[in-house]
Design a protein around this ligand. Structure first.
Ligand code: FAD
Length: 559
């Protein structure tokens, strides 16, 4: 009984019907028009589609598929509206909308919809909730515009599956070794084993072993983003710090572009459960937190470019210019460096052969699926390693937690140490390091060594999760800003007078809090020297940086 009433409630939140008063308010943002039976309002693959509220008649939302035929996603009735999270980003539509009989609707442009969600808080809440729930439903029903054909033993397949999952893009996965459907596709498109992984976009374009940037291009992730104009602020990195900066900048009227090399969420996105972030007493997965923040940034109009890496920073003149991996440049009056950090790698010569094919840098649902019922190794003594060990102990047969130190007390929170000590499925192996990885294509076994005794042991372990201390992502900064001896960006009062003179600080005022040795360039989150490596501090610094960006922009504006 409780279950069915919850299902009903979820259905009502996903497909709410607007009241007459709400319909009247919505109409003010668009125009009413009659529509004949069979009119297609938008098709899968269309960009920047309009938003429709049905006043009379019925409308089918369909996922077209050349091979399998149409799938009815939902039939809208009067009072309901179209759209899911793509409505806010202007990305290509995942579905097609077609009138069932004659009807009447309100048609609202993407700009009109954005205005509606930032001005009408009641409708904003209702629409945002429905958009997010619809995206969740598309993901769980695998109703997307893309099919990934690959192998669970292939690193490239895992990389793309992770990229799609972390970008919350619904997709169908077909495994060449397990799914009959995969074989049909292999025959139809004349695919060879070396073509794997293959991505099929909208049943038409076939990408063989694509890069993440090629996947993003095929799915139109960045299609609506303009790169020519000078932005108020460009944020580099869409981890918690960068997404926070984007939300505050966009909600305060700044023209903001975020560049993200991979997918929103950063390191936090690879966490199975964050338990110490304020306001989430039962914890929240990094992916869910990132998804919410990403949608929030888009609601306020921030542009977030996915799979676009900042390769260089030209700080010789203002506006500053950022060089992207495809050779193009974007310009900005202020820059927020939020490029975070990444895990150190294992010191094993053939590591590259096994990355994503047995060696992973995140412990989310995607990787966990691969090691159900198997023995796994987690390397690292910090909270992220502890979290991964606890999470994986519920899925794997046994978890070996390897640390170089003599214990965990100096590096891990007490609550995680207790859970590890109490779990029969986790063995802590102190003073132990991995010294060898073996396998042909995918990891088959490894050797670990006890550094106290020198003893080396062979282990038939096929999955290693590396969660060792992090190094900052700062090589792209060249010599624009002062770094500390470990490569983290120095800011504010940490910058010594001689360092400022050395980098040519041109102003009479000293750098503000979070400001680097270059005026108008700020650093926030894990990439910043002295930052507490936590989600909360990254989010806090991201929001503070925007206050300071306002001051920089005000100083540039002639009075
Ligand atoms: C597995 C795991 C679990 C964790 N659990 C917790 C926890 O429970 N609680 C907690 O408080 N903290 C936790 N942390 C730490 C927390 O995730 C980090 O402190 C936080 O993510 C830092 O945010 P950030 O935005 O500064 O950097 P990051 O999260 O590192 O994000 C940086 C982003 O910048 C992008 N980027 C890098 N270089 C470029 C470039 N040149 N161009 C464009 N984009 C670029 C990266 O792809 C990345 O998305 C955990 C970390 C991990 C890895």
């Amino acid at each position: 009984m409780a279950d069915s009433s919850q299902t009903m409630e979820r259905r009502e939140q996903t497909f709410p019907r607007l009241t007459p008063a709400q319909l009247e308010r919505v109409t003010a943002y668009g125009r009413r028009r009659a529509v004949p039976e069979g009119e297609v309002l938008f098709r899968q693959g269309d960009e920047a589609v309009n938003f429709y509220v049905l006043l009379r008649g019925e409308m089918d939302i369909i996922r077209p598929d050349e091979t399998a035929g149409e799938t009815l996603v939902v039939r809208h009735v009067a009072g309901e509206f179209t759209g899911e999270t793509n409505m806010l980003s202007g990305r290509r539509s995942l579905v097609t909308a077609r009138m069932v009989g004659d009807g009447e609707l309100v048609e609202i442009s993407p700009a009109g919809l954005r205005q509606l969600v930032v001005t009408d808080s009641e409708l904003s809440e209702l629409l945002m909730r429905a958009f997010i729930l619809r995206r969740v439903a598309l993901i769980s029903r695998h109703l997307g515009d893309v099919v990934l054909v690959g192998s669970r033993h292939d690193g490239g397949t895992l990389r793309i599956a992770e990229f799609l999952t972390r970008n919350a893009h619904p997709h169908t996965y077909l495994d060449v070794e397990r799914d009959e459907g995969a074989r049909t596709i292999v025959d139809r498109f004349h695919l060879r084993p070396e073509d794997i992984p293959v991505l099929i976009c909208r049943s038409t374009r076939v990408l063989k072993a694509p890069s993440n940037a090629e996947v993003a291009e095929c799915l139109g992730f960045n299609a609506s983003i303009e790169t020519e104009k000078v932005r108020d602020v460009v944020v580099v990195g869409a981890g918690p710090a960068g997404l926070s900066a984007a939300v505050y900048a966009a909600s305060e009227g700044l023209d903001v572009l975020v560049l993200e090399a991979n997918a929103p969420g950063g390191q936090a996105g690879s966490s199975s459960k964050i338990e110490n972030y304020l306001g989430f007493p039962t914890g929240i997965s990094g992916q869910a937190l990132a998804g919410r923040a990403f949608t929030q940034a888009q609601k306020f109009g921030a542009d977030v470019a996915i799979a676009r890496t900042a390769r260089g920073l030209d700080c010789r003149a203002t506006p500053y210019a950022l060089e992207l991996d495809d050779g193009s440049r974007v310009r900005a009056r202020a820059v927020v460096i939020a490029s975070g950090a990444r895990y150190r790698k294992l010191d094993v010569p053939n590591l590259a052969h096994f990355e994503n094919a047995g060696v992973y840098y995140g412990a989310t649902f995607v990787e966990a699926q691969l090691c159900e019922g198997e023995e796994v190794v987690v390397v690292g003594g910090g909270n992220s390693a502890g979290q991964a060990a606890v999470y994986l102990s519920g899925i794997a047969r046994h978890v070996h937690l390897l640390v170089r130190a003599g214990g965990l007390a100096d590096t891990m929170s007490r609550y995680l140490i207790r859970r590890i000590e109490e779990s029969p499925a986790i063995t802590l192996r102190t003073r132990t390091e991995i010294v060898g990885l073996n396998g042909n294509g995918a990891l088959d076994s490894l050797q670990w060594r006890n550094t106290a005794t020198g003893q080396v042991e062979d282990q038939p372990v096929r999955h290693v999760f590396c969660m060792m201390g992090a190094t900052p992502n700062t090589t792209w900064l060249g010599d624009c800003v002062k770094l500390d001896e470990k490569g983290f960006v120095k800011t504010g009062q940490d910058l010594l007078p001689e360092e400022l003179t050395g980098t040519g600080w041109p102003l009479t005022r000293p750098p503000m809090l979070l400001e680097t040795s270059r005026p108008g360039i700020f650093a926030v989150g894990d990439v910043r020297a002295g930052n507490v490596k936590r989600v909360a501090s990254a989010v806090g610094e991201g929001s503070i940086s925007i206050q300071l960006v306002h001051r920089v922009l005000a100083a540039l504006t002639p009075v």
